[in-house]
Ligand binder design. Structure first.
Ligand SMILES: C[S@@+](CC[C@H](N)C(=O)[O-])C[C@H]1O[C@@H](n2cnc3c(N)ncnc32)[C@H](O)[C@@H]1O
Length: 197
């Protein structure tokens, strides 16, 4: 069943991850095909499954078996297992697994698996490859949502590279937006949204 993001419980202003769900919720429709590029603990995959069911489908990627197990458990508990396919592989391979120009939204929530060893985290080069793969999968008007975490060294590198990438996408007609909480004591996550022309 499609559930609206829990607006009444949002922080004001919202956290970048909350705003991502709010805006994805406006874009995604029942029956859509969508991608969770970093399944992790399954919160985002569950949100996406609630938006597309019934009739739609989520493809969720993660390189850590532990993440796949945790996310599968969360989705099964919600009774949405039929609406999510898990891929235990690098998200850079997503363009080889799904038809191009077929996807309404791709969500990346970068960094490491919360509650786990921080050694396995998304990395600048493979993230860039995956973003280009996501661009191939999206159809015109589709939305790419990306949350970066510059509070750890790989995350800061990743954010710098991603920030440098957007001007060429904007020149190609993508509509790019960003959001963060700039004056927090710890480095704020940064949300990027990009709509395909
Ligand atoms: C911040 S967590 C994602 C949170 C998750 N979306 C949720 O709702 O709980 C980041 C995840 O990215 C995964 N990851 C890191 N590198 C990856 C890669 N190259 N391909 C796919 N997943 C990757 C990690 O294993 C980790 O589970």
């Amino acid at each position: 069943m499609r559930q609206a993001p829990a607006v009444s419980r949002l922080h004001t202003p919202p956290r970048p991850t909350e705003l991502a769900h709010l805006l994805l919720g406006r874009c995604i429709q029942r029956g859509d095909l969508v991608v969770d590029a970093t399944a992790g603990n399954g919160h985002d995959a569950l949100f996406l499954a609630q938006q597309v069911a019934p009739g739609g489908h989520v493809h969720a990627f993660d390189i850590q078996p532990e993440a796949i197990v945790r996310a599968q458990h969360r989705i099964a508990e919600a009774g949405l297992a039929d609406h999510v396919t898990f891929h235990h592989t690098d998200h850079a391979s997503m363009a080889t697994r799904l038809p191009h120009e077929s996807v309404r939204a791709v969500l990346f929530n970068l960094g490491y698996l919360p509650g786990s060893d921080r050694a396995t985290t998304t990395m600048r080069d493979s993230t860039l490859t995956a973003l280009h793969a996501a661009a191939q999968l999206l159809h015109s008007g589709g939305l790419l949502s990306l949350v970066c975490y510059p509070g750890h060294p790989q995350g800061a590198e990743e954010l710098a590279e991603i920030r440098a990438m957007w001007p060429s996408w904007a020149s190609a007609g993508w509509r790019i937006a960003t959001y963060s909480l700039p004056f927090t004591t710890a480095a704020s996550p940064v949300l990027w949204l990009a709509t395909k022309p």
